[in-house]
Every structure is written in C-alpha cells, then in structure tokens.
Design a binder for this molecule. Structure first.
Ligand SMILES: [Zn+2]
Length: 477
C-alpha cells in the first residue's frame, strides 16, 4: 500500500528511568574478569543447519512457484472490491483456490495443520466504497512443546492497478504479491508434514492495497487472544531479480526492512531511548539479526540485506499491522524494484511496458526467498523462544552516584531443554552482537563490564547448542 499512517508518540517523562532499582546483590552470581574471560566466546557460532532443513530447502520447487503465480494471475484481478462469487474471476475465486491448496497441504499433515478462512466486514473508507467482506486464509501448525509462541509468515492475495478503486481492469499482481503468496503456499506445503516445538502460521492476507486491512484484523485477533507472536515476516514483492531498468540483475540479494523506533513504543519507551539509547535494539532488530545467522548464504544462496527502516519511502506492508501490537515483524522485498511494474495498468506507453506481469518474475529467485523464510522459521520454531523479562539494574550501591558493574536479570525460559544462557555484548556502534558470555543456567548475573559503554542482550541456549533470538533489557523500575 502507499500510505504510511502510523504516527509516532512522544513524551518527556523520565520517571521510569530515574526510579529504577537494583536487585539484591547477594542473590546475583558475579563473574569477575578472569571468569568472564574464560567464559567469553570470540565467535557467535550457531550449529550447522539441520540436515532435515537442507532437505526441506532442496524440495522448494520453482516450477510449483511458477504454477502458483500463473494460477493467481489467471483470476484476472484480485482487487478487494472485485467479485466474491464469480467462480473464475476476482478475489473470491482466488481465495477459494488458496483455501483449497492449504486444505490439501493440511490433509497431508496427519491432522496437525488446521486451515481457516478468517472473514470480516470492512466498513467504508476512502478505499472501500461499500462495506466489504475481506478474507484471510490461515494455516496453523501447532507447536509440540511450547505452542504458546507463534511465528507468522504472510503474503497478500489482493492486487491493484493505477486507480486503487478500479476493481474491473486486469490486475495480474504477479510480483505484488503473487510472489509472496507463492512463498507462503510453498512453505505451508513443505512444513505441513513436520512438527516443531513452537507454533507456525502460514497466511495469505487480503485488503492490503486498500489499507493493510486483512493483516490488521489478523494481528488484532492474535493480540486479543493473547498470542505471543515472537516473529512475523511479510513477503511482499519478492519475485524480481532483475529491475529491467538498466541496472544489472541482482539475483542473490533480498532486502529485510525492520523498524527503527518501535511502532508500538510508548512515550516512556521513547524517553528512555533518548536517555540511554536502544533505538537500534528493538525486538525487530533482534529478529533480523537472528535471521541473518539462521539463513546463511551457504544454505539459501541469498544475501540478506537488513535495512533499519520500517519500509521503503511512502510505502508499507503487512508487517506494520503486527508492529502496531508490539510484535517483532519485518518485510522481505526484492533488491531493486521497477515501479513501472507495480500498481500500474497493464499497457505500453511510448514503447515502455507497464504492469505487474509474470514475464518479470524470476521463479528461482522467489524459490530462494522461500529458502530464506524456511531457514528462519525452522530455526525460530525449533530453537528456544526469546527470553522474557530481561532487565538491567541501575541503582548504585551505598552513596555512589553510579557503578561500573552491570547487573542483569530475566525469567527462566519455559523450555525444558535449556542448558545455559548467554549474555551477548557489542559496541553501541556495531551492527550486530560481537561476543557472548556463558553465564550458566541462572536467571541473574553481575558483570564487571560497564553498561555505560556497550549494549547487552541475552539468549537462551538449549542442550543441542541451539540459540534463541536475543532479548534486549528493559530498565528495571
Ligand atoms: Zn504488496
């Protein structure tokens, strides 16, 4: 969609920071310099990718991706206001087809995957001329050990042309977002026959071009149900490896857009960031850092280019709907777009082809995008969840006005196979974590490293050496 409507919220209170208090020092394990040196690892290694993940990625089929996008284009238009009852043309026929595909995948899952059509009536707005039924198709693969944590992947089913209200012209939407829907369907097919500790959700959302309506409803429903979404990815415009604008193709790069100041930040949150930093350490930053480690080029043949920006200028996608609820959410998009091919009527003007035609889609590229998603979702749902309740304690002892010691505390993770926790650190100017300290299977630690100089994070490590995404501390109040 075009509008970037999320307003920032500002405030001036520093009360939460200034009233911070320390945990009881005697209860906290203290790692001295020598112990810390012994515990510090110089490399933030993660285990080699699971051979079963390699096998799954080898099964991603560019021919199936092509067939999916061809089918989606065959519905003529998938505009939100197009027919819901015509059996061959419009959003209704496209939704029914996707639902049937998902049901087929679920049937192969031995009953573990469930599929629902999530419908609601969207009231009139500037882009919805009459009350309109919008339908998401949601396939859920429940977690086996910690099903309360959710990981969501979406593509949007609807399409548009130049006039956002034009629901009759052909709107092939091959790249935007047939490619993202193809990723979601291919992932659902390949994950359906497997099981994971955490819960995976594969969804096609609708009404995106009219105002992110489908994803807004889905995210609100998940928030109302108290679902703990620990990671969400919107795959939107992930089909073209070549922009056809004079620039050379870039078939091995995928952008990952993540928010800076969290969309759901309160005025107190922003006030704290102004005081002590953390604007590069939202949960979405940590999610992106995790993806980079979980989906290496060796595995996916794709370089991930994280961009610390919520989305491209003037644009937005379904990750915004999840960010609104404080969920870590990010957007995958091809490296260089050709805007002649997005939101345009299909026509030739002065010899230039406009329109979102399948001719511009590279099915192998979309397959590699699916591989990146597969690697990220596999690791997220298999590894421990992000630790909760991490705090950094600031009250100095006695009459001192500060301390160079850093005291951290967190909640024990719910997983039964946690081996230890790692405190990770980096210079405030470093893009990613640079060192890790094994602090044991504890829920607090004091370190002789000044919190004034570096950033701290925490991750849980299980008995197989699998790491969780990093939790960033809140200031204890
Ligand atoms: Zn889109």
């Amino acid at each position: 969609m075009d509008d970037n409507q999320c307003a920032g919220r500002r405030g001036t209170s520093r009360r939460a920071f200034l009233s911070a208090s320390a945990v009881t020092a005697a209860a906290v394990p203290f790692l001295t310099g020598a112990a810390r040196a012994a515990a510090t690892t110089t490399a933030l290694l993660t285990p080699q990718p699971d051979p079963q993940l390699r096998h799954l990625i080898s099964q991603i089929d560019p021919d199936r991706i092509q067939a999916i996008i061809e089918k989606l284009v065959s519905f003529g238009t998938r505009h939100t206001s197009s027919s819901q009852t015509d059996p061959v043309r419009g959003i209704g026929a496209a939704t029914a087809w996707v639902f049937g595909q998902m049901q087929g995948f679920a049937a192969a899952s031995s009953g573990t995957m469930t599929v629902q059509q999530q419908s609601f009536t969207q009231p009139v707005s500037s882009r919805i001329p009459v009350p309109t039924t919008i339908t998401n198709v949601i396939a859920t693969l429940p977690g086996t050990a910690t099903p309360a944590r959710y990981y969501v992947v979406t593509g949007h089913l609807d399409s548009r042309v130049t006039d956002v209200l034009d629901f009759t012209s052909d709107a092939p939407g091959a790249d935007d977002d047939g490619s993202g829907v193809a990723v979601v369907l291919e992932l659902a097919r390949l994950f359906a026959t497997r099981q994971f500790p955490g819960t995976l959700v594969f969804a096609t959302v609708a009404g995106e071009e009219q105002g992110l309506y489908g994803s807004a409803h889905m995210a609100a429903q998940m928030a109302a149900a108290g679902n703990d979404v620990q990671g969400m990815f919107s795959n939107d415009i992930v089909g073209a490896s070549h922009s056809f604008d004079g620039h050379p193709p870039d078939p091995n790069t995928l952008r990952l857009f993540i928010e800076g100041i969290p969309t759901a930040a309160t005025s107190n949150d922003i006030s704290l960031m102004q005081s002590v930093g953390g604007e590069n350490d939202g949960a979405t930053h940590q999610l992106a850092r995790f993806v980079a480690g979980a989906a290496p080029f060796d595995l996916t043949k794709m370089n991930i280019r994280p961009i610390w920006r919520r989305d491209r200028y003037l644009r937005g996608s379904d990750h915004l709907s999840f960010q609104e609820h404080g969920y870590p959410a990010a957007r995958f998009t091809e490296q260089r777009e050709n805007f002649d091919h997005e939101h345009q009527n299909t026509q030739v003007v002065n010899g230039v082809q406009f329109g979102d035609l399948i001719d511009f889609v590279d099915f192998n590229y979309t397959g590699r995008v699916a591989a990146v998603n597969a690697a990220a979702l596999w690791a997220l749902a298999t590894n421990p969840g992000t630790p909760k309740g991490m705090q950094i304690h600031t009250t100095p002892p006695g009459t001192l006005s500060g301390t160079n010691l850093t005291t951290l505390s967190w909640n024990a993770s719910p997983e039964s196979n946690i081996a230890f926790y790692e405190v990770v650190t980096r210079e405030t100017t470093a893009a990613d974590w640079t060192s890790a300290i094994n602090v044991g299977n504890v829920t607090s630690v004091a370190l002789d490293i000044s919190k004034d100089n570096v950033q701290f994070g925490l991750r849980a490590v299980d008995t197989a050496g699998r790491r969780s995404p990093v939790a960033f501390p809140q200031v204890a109040a």
